[in-house]
Design a protein around this ligand. Structure first.
Ligand code: PLP
Length: 395
């Protein structure tokens, strides 16, 4: 047999594997070191009580012959689809129940959705960016064009500067830069996509971090988006589901390419290749949209955003330029002293015992920047920023 040779074109090592390797080597050499991790974007707050109670009730149901459930719908239970639909209605977006597909998370869907799209298409990817957009397309052998995020465009590339393409990935609030597109900017992208029958893959994994009412939290808040955009979202960062696994993707019926609706294509793909999300997990996700669950999950988000505020204030004190951190859990800081991302990573690890992520791991345009995450414990975040301030004041 012949292998999929496209895998040979992948970057040799996934960013977070390199970080983990460096960290383990350092820990082995310095077992006493008190290391604070601000690298990987994983959450630390536990599942909220409303979610835990809902999941407990669901476990009891599954252990009872009268309420036991076997195979569920691959596209999700209607109780969760309806809860998501209600959430969107609150944003002023009307969706049909069958436009919402429950998944085990945004990462899977961002890769799997490519099953619907010819490998002949060119994809447009921002640089820097969440590495999954690039790697999934490299695996499929698709041509990738890049658009650069920079200080000049506020890390929000716009169509006017973008090369021609058939599909574009937009991530707002952005990982890694924390930048958020406003409605006018997204409207330019929607118009760009509708004009050329292109497709926007909108990653809204961090939408719950948007506090500014004027900023969009869904692409469908923009007129014309239903004919050109698929939105991928997740409970990972909204409700601490990184270990529990649940997300959802919206494929509007109005999205038609080559006289074909993408919604039934995605349904067919999911019913054939996806096993659906466990009933217990979907009951937990449903609880996120109850009054109690919403208040509890938003309190956790407020906790992380307070960390981000502390981090930003510390960087202000030492005069470091940064982006994000307001409507996002990420701070994208400019590395002082002209060091490369990996040089700064090593220095921070060795001299401050703090782990962050070199911006270059998210693309060439990320060189010279460094990502810090606000997903940690508050006291440890304060301690980390004290160490970072001390280190930077000596550079
Ligand atoms: N999209 C972005 C931009 C992310 O940063 C992440 C995770 O860090 C994901 C998607 C993956 O989310 P999930 O845990 O739902 O797979």
């Amino acid at each position: 047999m012949k292998i999929n040779a496209n895998y040979n074109n992948l970057e040799k090592s996934y960013l977070f594997i390199t970080i983990a390797k460096k960290l383990n080597e350092y820990k082995e050499a310095h077992p006493e070191a008190d290391i604070i991790k601000m690298g990987i974007g994983d959450v630390t707050r536990p599942l909220c009580p409303a979610v835990v109670n809902a999941m407990n009730r669901a476990v009891t149901e599954m252990g009872n012959a009268e309420t036991f459930r076997g195979y569920g719908d691959e596209q999700g239970y209607s109780f969760l689809q309806d809860a998501i639909k209600g959430y969107y209605a609150g944003k002023g977006v009307e969706l049909e129940t069958d436009e919402i597909f429950v998944s085990d998370g945004a990462k899977s869907d961002l890769g799997n959705i490519l099953d619907l799209i010819s490998t002949e298409n060119t994809v447009l990817v921002p640089d820097p960016v969440y590495p999954v957009y690039v790697d999934t397309n490299v695996m499929a052998g698709r041509k990738i064009a890049y658009m650069t995020g920079s200080e000049e465009n506020g890390f929000l590339p716009m169509p006017g500067d973008a090369p021609e393409a058939d599909i574009v990935y937009l991530c707002s609030p952005n990982n890694p830069t924390g930048a958020v597109y406003d409605k006018d900017q997204l409207k330019e992208w929607v118009d760009w996509a509708n004009e050329r029958d292109a497709l926007i893959l909108f990653d809204a994994a961090y939408e719950a971090f948007v506090g500014d009412e004027n900023l969009p939290t869904s692409i469908y808040q923009i007129e014309g988006a239903k004919t050109c955009a698929i939105e991928v979202c997740s409970f990972s960062k909204t409700a601490g589901f990184t270990g529990t696994r649940c997300g959802y993707t919206v494929v509007p019926h109005a999205l038609v390419r080559e006289n074909t609706e993408l919604n039934p294509m995605w349904r067919r793909r999911q019913t054939t290749k996806f096993n659906g999300v466990p009933y217990i997990v979907q009951r937990g996700a449903e609880a996120v949209f109850t009054e109690e669950g919403y208040a509890q999950t938003r309190a956790d988000i407020a906790y992380y955003k307070e960390n981000a505020r502390i981090m930003a204030a510390a960087l202000d004190e030492v005069g470091v330029t940064y982006f994000g951190g307001i409507n996002s859990p990420y701070i994208w800081m400019k590395i002082p002293g002209g060091m490369t991302g990996w040089e700064f990573f090593d220095k921070l690890l060795e001299e401050a015992n703090v782990v962050g992520t070199p911006g270059v791991g998210f693309g060439k345009a990320g060189e010279g920047y460094f990502r810090l995450t606000a997903f940690g414990n508050k006291e440890r975040t304060i301690e980390a920023m004290e160490r970072i301030k001390k280190l930077i004041s000596l550079i």
